[in-house]
Ligand binder design. Structure first.
Ligand SMILES: [Zn+2]
Length: 439
C-alpha cells in the first residue's frame, strides 16, 4: 500500500510538473499545420539526395526556426540534411551523453502531398470520419480501433484527395516543439541534444549521407512511429538470396542433344516451395518471418531468382537459408546438367542485436512514455528504418511514436493529443537521461 501511494505521488507530481511548464511559443499542432502545407514528396530512383528539390523548402524553414530558437551549429548539408545542437543546461553537460532526435521531412511517393487541405475535426465524438472532398475515403472506427481513444480530441486529416503528411511532419513538429518548450523552461534540466531533419526516408538513400560524427550524438531516436505509446527497438534481420541456374543455349532448330534450358530448373525450384512452410509474407504477421521470391529473369542460358529472407532472430534467418539450400539441392538432383549457384548477402541487421547492449535507450523511453500518462508498447517493425542503418553504423537508434496513423495513404490522421503527448514524451525523455546519467 505504501509503495502504491508513493507511486501515485510520483505520478501526480510528474503530471503536475508538466502541466506547470510554460507553453511553447507555438503549439505542436500549429507547427504541424504549417509544415504539412509544404509539399515535400520524395521520388524514387534519383541519383542523390534530396531526390526532389522541394524538400529544401521545408529544410530552409526548419533551419530558420532552429536558429530562432537559439539552437547552435545549425546547418543544411549538401544532401539536404538539417543538423543542429541544443546545448545542455547542466553544471556539467559532459556527464550526460548527447542524445539525438531525427524526423524525416519527405512524404511518400505513393500519394500526392501537394496542396494538402487540412481538416481539423474539432471535438471528435466517435464514429467513422468521411473525408469531405472524396466521400469514398472513410476512416472507419472498425478499422481504426485507436479512434475510440480520440473522443473529444481534435482529429487532423487531409480532405480525401492527398495524404496528410503526418509521416513524418508530426515528428518534425514534435522535435521542434520540444526545443521550444525547453527554451521557455530553463528549470527543465537536460544534457546536450542533437537534432536532425532528413530528406528521402521514404525512398532510401538519404540516411546513407548522414554525418554521425559531425552531429555528435552518442545515442539517438527516430521520431517516426505511429500510435501513442509505440516504441520500436527491433527490426528484421534481412538477407537477400540469389539463386542462379546455368544452362546451355543453342539455336532451337539444331538443339537436339545440346540445349540445356535453365528455365525448367528455375520453375522446378519455385515449385518445390512448400505451400505453408517456409512462411510467406501473405501468410504471416507479428513476429513470424518469411522467405519471399520477389523477382526473376528467365532465359535458356541463364535464369535467376531473387528471394527476400526476413526474421527477427538470426537463428531464424539461418534456418530459412538452410531450407532454401535444401530446395536448391532437390532441384539440382533432378537437373544434374544445370549448374545451380546459391548466394546471399546481408541487407541489414535487427537493431536489437546492438540495442540489447544498451537497454537504457528503451527503458528511458518507456519511463518517458509513462510519465506522459501513456501506456508504452514495444512493437517490432516488420521492415527496416533509418535507425537500422544508423544502429548498424554505430549510432544506436530505436524509434518513437508520433501519434500518427495510416501512413502513406489518404486516410492518414493524427490529433492534437497525439502531437502534444508525443512532444511531452520527448521533453520527459531528455530529463530522464539527465536524471539517470548524473549519478
Ligand atoms: Zn516515416
Amino acid at each position: 500500500m505504501k509503495i502504491l501511494l508513493s507511486i501515485l505521488m510520483v505520478v501526480l507530481l510528474t503530471a503536475a510538473s508538466f502541466a506547470q511548464t510554460k507553453a511553447p511559443s507555438e503549439s505542436a499542432m500549429d507547427r504541424f499545420l504549417r509544415y504539412v502545407k509544404i509539399d515535400t514528396q520524395s521520388a524514387e530512383d534519383q541519383p542523390a539526395p534530396p531526390s526532389t528539390k522541394k524538400q529544401l523548402d521545408l529544410a530552409r524553414l526548419l533551419e530558420k526556426e532552429l536558429k530562432d530558437l537559439s539552437v547552435q551549429n545549425v546547418r543544411i548539408s549538401k544532401w539536404g540534411i538539417v543538423y543542429g545542437m541544443v546545448p545542455g543546461n547542466l553544471a556539467d553537460n559532459g556527464k550526460v551523453p548527447t542524445i539525438g532526435f531525427i524526423a524525416h521531412m519527405d512524404t511518400s511517393p505513393s500519394v500526392s502531398g501537394a496542396n494538402v487541405n487540412v481538416i481539423v475535426h474539432k471535438n471528435y465524438q466517435g464514429g467513422d470520419i468521411v473525408l469531405p472532398n472524396d466521400k469514398t475515403q472513410v476512416i472507419t472506427a472498425a478499422q481504426n480501433p485507436d479512434l475510440k481513444n480520440l473522443i473529444r480530441d481534435d482529429v487532423i486529416t487531409a480532405d480525401g484527395t492527398t495524404l496528410l503528411g503526418s509521416d513524418d511532419k508530426s515528428g518534425c513538429a514534435e522535435v521542434m516543439t520540444m526545443i521550444d518548450i525547453l527554451r521557455n523552461n530553463p528549470q527543465i534540466k537536460h544534457g546536450n541534444i542533437a537534432v536532425a531533419f532528413t530528406p528521402d526516408e521514404e525512398v532510401g538513400g538519404g540516411i546513407d549521407k548522414f554525418d554521425i560524427e559531425g552531429w555528435g550524438a552518442k545515442f539517438a531516436y527516430t521520431v517516426d512511429g505511429e500510435q501513442l505509446g509505440d516504441i520500436s527497438n527491433e527490426t528484421w534481420s534481412a538477407r537477400t538470396a540469389t539463386v542462379t541456374f546455368h544452362g546451355k543455349n543453342t539455336h532451337p532448330g539444331t538443339a537436339k542433344g545440346i540445349m540445356i534450358n535453365s528455365m525448367y530448373a528455375a520453375g522446378d525450384f519455385l515449385g518445390n516451395f512448400p505451400d505453408n512452410a517456409p512462411n510467406r509474407p501473405e501468410t504471416t504477421e507479428k513476429r513470424v518471418g518469411f522467405v519471399h521470391p520477389y523477382s526473376s529473369t528467365l532465359s535458356e542460358e541463364t535464369s535467376s531468382i531473387k528471394i527476400l529472407i526476413r526474421d527477427f532472430d538470426l537463428s531464424g534467418v539461418a534456418a530459412k537459408e538452410e531450407l532454401l539450400k535444401q530446395i536448391v539441392a532437390k532441384t539440382q538432383a533432378k537437373y544434374p546438367n544445370v549448374k545451380i549457384d546459391y548466394e546471399s548477402k546481408l541487407g541489414y541487421l535487427n537493431m536489437k542485436e546492438v540495442l540489447k547492449n544498451y537497454p537504457q535507450l528503451t527503458d528511458y523511453a518507456i519511463e518517458a512514455t509513462k510519465r506522459a500518462g501513456l501506456t508504452p508498447e514495444i512493437r517490432p517493425i516488420r521492415g527496416g528504418t533509418d535507425g537500422s542503418n544508423l544502429t548498424a553504423r554505430g549510432l544506436p537508434t530505436p524509434n518513437l511514436f508520433t501519434g500518427g496513423h495510416n501512413f502513406h495513404g489518404k486516410l492518414e490522421f493524427n490529433s492534437r493529443k497525439g502531437l502534444e503527448k508525443s512532444t511531452e514524451t520527448l521533453v520527459n525523455l531528455v530529463q530522464i537521461w539527465a536524471e539517470k546519467s548524473k549519478k
